[in-house]
Design a protein around this ligand. Structure first.
Ligand code: SF4
Length: 565
């Protein structure tokens, strides 16, 4: 199916919703603030917040000089008050610093691309926000692509499935004639809100169905009524008519039912391509923290803590003795607990021998690896519990779990008073959870945080975040032996979408990393130092892109730092 023409789309949308001529809105600076306030909330709420801001402060100078928490109070009706207050304040300060006064009218004198680049230098201002300023305030042909436009454009086939939101801005702006940018923006949003909805598009009521690729691919011929076929007579011809149901979408009747059933059960019916900002944080208000694995001996932990101090970066949580705590003597464990306590680092201890180094080698075979990591028999569960008991005696309060059955048992033991109330359980990456249902399950079984598989996309992480409250532990680098990647430049968006989250780095070849007789202590200590240095880069990148996102200070109160006995 050919890409539909913009003119044709606009004709049909105008016939459905009416003409949408451009109206002068407000000054560029006012529109900038209004756009920041409109992020992740309804028009009604953001308008209310904007009015409240104007009523509280006589001028933008007063806003720029106010405390962020006071601004947050004035705009609280718009939601995410603290984050938006920080963005507004920073943007105003930057404008004043660069221009000497608080106004943006000069942007109308610059070529559009130059003006856009200038505005995007401001903290928290991306292409969409910048384009809102140019389109609404100055009537210039800059197209903001919001979640509705992005979704409808994808379904129509104006952009392909791999196009990112950033690229969509460029592609759609090239496709839409300059004098049509405003009606295209407004009508596509109206259509997305009323008809082409995210989970269940109302294709049967859609004026664009005759042009729409999604509609063409998701409906087999036999389901289309005669009336419908006449209305869409150009559509169902040849192979397109017999295209299989696209399970990724929810356009058809059966898919509608499945989507409804999933939502009724409390889960999103798909991944969250709209990438909402997470509204959840750690108890201290932070969005992200630092987790370092591979802390196999006291010497490795000490080296990593030293490096963290040297580099001036926090180190919140240590995933420890992943080879199995039974590899260390009681004295070594005591030393480990003391180092963690002295540095206020939470320790997640790994009890017992791991299934990979236990009897039963199914998981070590290529096919067997597909079966996941589970405790083998109740004897091994008892051994695991014995190691937990030993670590608790020494003062550790956090444990790694990779088996849902065992997690459920641990939680029951906690409720029965057979384990201390303040122990926490982290579900390991090796449990293999990769969607919202699995992470929700382990949360319901008592997990205090979950490390899903390492290479989930942002929409996949967003869909998980939409249903769970526990922190997500997200690998930013991963060993070559498990796929090998480095997504360091994604960290700002991961922190925004998935918070609260622990960022973790696993650089290097990895092979045999946790084999009890694997890497030397010195190699592990050097790796620990390297992870800390990578974390320093992450903090810098997140700070540049999303300065409003918070990183916990060292030793926040909710961590279960060991209490050496
Ligand atoms: S036919 Fe369906 S998917 Fe296509 S634009 Fe209309 S509502 Fe959206």
């Amino acid at each position: 199916m050919d890409r539909p023409s913009i003119e044709h789309i606009l004709d049909l949308l105008t016939s459905a919703y009416g003409n949408r001529p451009w109206q002068p809105h407000d000054s560029p600076l006012n529109v900038l603030v209004q756009t920041i306030l409109s992020q992740n909330t309804s028009d009604t709420n953001s308008t209310r917040a904007f009015r409240s801001l104007l009523a509280t402060y006589p001028s933008w100078e007063d806003v720029a000089s106010a405390e962020a928490h006071e601004i947050a109070d004035a705009i609280k009706s718009g939601g995410l008050g603290e984050i938006k207050a920080g963005r507004i304040k920073l943007a105003l300060r930057e404008i004043r610093q660069k221009r000497g006064r608080l106004e943006l009218d000069f942007l109308n004198e610059l070529p559009l691309d130059e003006a856009r680049d200038w505005l995007k230098q401001l903290p928290g201002v991306g292409t969409k926000t910048a384009n809102c300023v140019f389109l609404f305030s100055l009537g210039r042909p800059a197209l903001p692509v919001d979640t509705h436009i992005f979704r409808v454009a994808r379904r129509l086939g104006l952009i392909d499935a791999k196009t990112t939101v950033e690229k969509a801005h460029q592609r759609l702006e090239r496709l839409v004639p300059p004098d049509k940018v405003y009606p295209f923006h407004v009508l596509m949003i109206e259509h997305g809100r009323k008809v082409c909805k995210a989970p269940r598009p109302r294709c049967d009521d859609c004026v664009l169905s005759g042009l729409c690729q999604y509609f063409g691919q998701s409906r087999p011929l036999k389901r289309i009524s005669l009336t419908r076929k006449r209305r869409c007579n150009k559509l169902f011809i040849g192979s397109e008519a017999r295209a299989p149901l696209n399970l990724k979408h929810t356009g058809g009747t059966e898919m509608d039912k499945i989507a409804k059933a999933m939502e009724k059960a409390g889960f999103p019916s798909g991944d969250r391509y709209d990438l909402p900002s997470s509204t959840k944080t750690f108890p201290d208000g932070a969005h992200y923290r630092v987790e370092i694995s591979g802390m196999e001996t006291p010497k490795v932990l000490a080296a990593t803590c030293d490096e963290a101090k040297k580099q001036g970066v926090p180190f919140h949580r240590s995933i420890s003795v992943v080879r199995g705590a039974s590899m260390l003597t009681r004295e070594q464990l005591k030393e480990f607990a003391q180092i963690a306590y002295d540095n206020q680092v939470e320790v997640i201890m790994t009890p017992g021998p791991r299934p990979t180094w236990y009897t039963g080698r199914q998981v070590a075979t290529p096919e067997g690896a597909l079966s996941g990591l589970r405790m083998r028999g109740m004897d091994s569960v008892r051994h695991y519990l014995m190691d937990i008991e030993r670590c608790i005696e020494i003062g550790f309060r956090g444990f790694l779990v990779w088996d849902e059955g065992v997690l459920s048992l641990l939680n029951t033991m906690k409720q029965n008073g057979d384990l201390p109330e303040d122990v926490v359980f982290k579900v390991s990456i090796f449990a293999g959870h990769a969607n919202a249902t699995g992470v929700k399950l382990v949360e319901s079984l008592g997990a205090d945080s979950c490390n899903p598989v390492a290479d989930l996309t942002l929409p996949e992480l967003a869909s998980i975040r939409s249903v769970v409250n526990i922190p997500l532990d997200v690998h930013i680098q991963l060993w070559a032996s498990m796929g090998g990647f480095n997504r360091i430049f994604e960290t700002p968006e991961i922190a925004r979408v998935a918070s609260p989250c622990y960022f973790k780095m696993e650089p290097g070849p990895g092979l045999g990393m946790y084999m009890p007789w694997g890497m030397s202590e010195d190699t592990l200590a050097e790796l620990g130092r390297e992870k800390i240095r990578s974390i320093k880069n992450i903090i810098e990148i997140v700070g540049q892109v999303h300065p409003e996102l918070k990183l916990s200070k060292q030793g926040p109160k909710d961590l279960r730092v060991p209490v050496p006995k």
